[in-house]
Design a protein around this ligand. Structure first.
Ligand code: SF4
Length: 258
């Protein structure tokens, strides 16, 4: 059963899984983080599998204005010039709900709020109709936080269920259009830490013009209980979190100098 914060027929409806009012890792400063419902990828290490379906028991439906008004209550924590903290759309995959996102960020920008999107990039395409919307969204977004989960598309497919050609294309497109990015890599020893894959990822990142930060996210198992609760088999049993040395090795291969 979905609870409806506001249902107005002419509004885009946002399907939201949860909200974090004081996020500190999904963009600069203090963030109001909105976890969008729905994702087409199936990352083996996903710690939010409850966001995969278009809706679940925890989903709430919002209008963009109502959701912004909720976020705005916290704006005093975002910094005096509204340039430190702000709003981050995460998920799940926010780009699946691009119409709602455009409406939400249009309101946010009219208030001068810093906006960020944490995206897997999976919905991106150069399809004319999609690209028009994406261009509009880009103009309303200050920062894109994107993963390169693996550079090799076969490895990416094994890891997430989909290839990554359009994801790398989106990253290139963001760079070509001057959009600032943070790039992340979830490090799973013996799965996403191959020397060659990290080196080609590094070369790709070096070819981009607008990357402000590159980060390693160490694999962890804190979300495994959710897979069990949802009765989804977890295939990374036996894989460990990386050690400090393994993280440093990967940072060196990625040539991280943040
Ligand atoms: S893209 Fe994100 S939400 Fe989707 S399966 Fe992967 S980790 Fe989970």
């Amino acid at each position: 059963m979905l609870s409806q914060e506001l249902v107005t027929e002419n509004y885009n409806k946002g399907f939201i899984n949860k909200i974090e009012t004081f996020g500190s890792v999904d963009g600069p400063g203090v963030r109001f983080v909105i976890f969008f419902q729905g994702c087409n990828m199936r990352c083996k290490y996903c710690h939010n599998p409850e966001t995969w379906a278009k809706s679940c028991g925890e989903t709430t439906i919002w209008s963009a204005k109502k959701l912004f008004d909720m976020a705005w209550k916290y704006h005093n924590y975002w910094g005096t010039n509204l340039d430190k903290g702000g709003i981050t759309a995460s998920g799940g995959e926010p780009l699946i709900q691009i119409d709602f996102l455009i409406e939400l960020f249009s309101i946010a920008k009219s208030y001068g709020v810093h906006t960020a999107i944490d995206t897997s990039g999976q919905p991106f395409s150069r399809d004319k109709a999609y690209l028009e919307k994406f261009d509009k969204l880009m103009s309303l977004t200050d920062l894109f936080i994107v993963d390169i989960k693996a550079f090799d598309t076969n490895l990416h497919k094994k890891l997430t269920g989909v290839g990554n050609e359009n994801i790398l294309d989106m990253i290139k497109y963001l760079s070509d259009n001057g959009k600032h990015m943070w790039i992340r890599r979830v490090l799973v020893p013996n799965l996403t830490d191959g020397e060659e894959d990290l080196k080609v990822t590094s070369s790709f990142i070096k070819s981009l013009k607008t990357v402000d930060k590159v980060e390693i996210l160490p694999y962890h198992t804190l979300g495994v209980f959710k897979w069990k609760k949802l009765n989804i088999p977890y295939s990374l049993e036996g894989y460990n979190s990386p050690t400090e040395e393994e993280i440093i090795r990967a940072e060196n291969l990625l040539e991280i100098k943040n």
